[in-house]
Design a protein around this ligand. Sequence first.
Ligand code: SAM
Length: 283
Amino acid sequence: MCSAGSHEYSKGEHGYFELARPTSPALTIQSTSSEFAHIQESGGKRVYDVYLRPWLKAQGAARVLDAGCGLGVGVVAALNDGFDAVGTDVRSVADLWCQNGRSPDEFTVADVTELPFADAVFDAAMALGVMEHVGTQTGQLTLAMDWRDKRAAFAKELERVVRPGGRILIACPNKRFPIDIQHGPTDELSPAPFRNRLFKRFGVNVHQTWGAYHLVSYSDLYRWYGRQRVRPLPLAGYFGYAALERPGVPRSIGRGARAWVEHMPVRLRGTPLNPYVLAEITV
Ligand SMILES: C[S@@+](CC[C@H](N)C(=O)[O-])C[C@H]1O[C@@H](n2cnc3c(N)ncnc32)[C@H](O)[C@@H]1O
């Protein structure tokens, strides 16, 4: 048990600190399934090796936060590389941490909109595939009433815990690009039978690119952080492309999509022609 301000916090059943208010969704959201955790395990290590390790080394980062780390594959890999890394996620993920032998010294249950860390303690913070789940009703994709506030709070918390001059990395499918291959049409628009059929057949979720929709755009990042501080990064190396190799996806489309993602001109990275938001923010 420990306390901070007027709150008392304790360890959960697996020994991980639960540093979230009793009313926080981080204590109730049902997150990653074991099946998805398996995908995270292999994909997460590849992303770390190919993309994140060079990114962290390039900035000379030492203390690293993975906010919404899921299974925490990146945290473990970073620790093995000598970074002082910690991961936070919701209570339901702690079951998976326990099953996979994650240390309570490095993994903490917390709500990313109220991070339990002092100001400016990290050199770098990552939120990979997390922002689109924040402010949703159940941790999945249908937005709650306060989704805009929750996301702004998450963006602000990342900025608060990173030291001046440090970096934040945010990744999410681009809301302005009409196709998402990471999330199915299980948002509130899902009754549209056309979207469901397309998703079943080709694994693509064709979605709206405006208004209240759970994905994030570069405009969101510019609003939270200011355009000058946001640098759209190349996507090359970030993806494994397994989704493009599934049966039903014509090879030529898979090849074309891959070539576009790997070789997109720099000036188009921050535009609706980029399928993914992958951005570095300077604090
Ligand atoms: C798609 S997973 C991404 C996991 C990991 N970052 C990765 O790249 O594999 C999204 C993660 O965000 C977490 N998450 C969503 N809302 C959260 C919140 N309010 N506080 C903490 N974690 C949250 C989920 O539990 C889930 O593990």
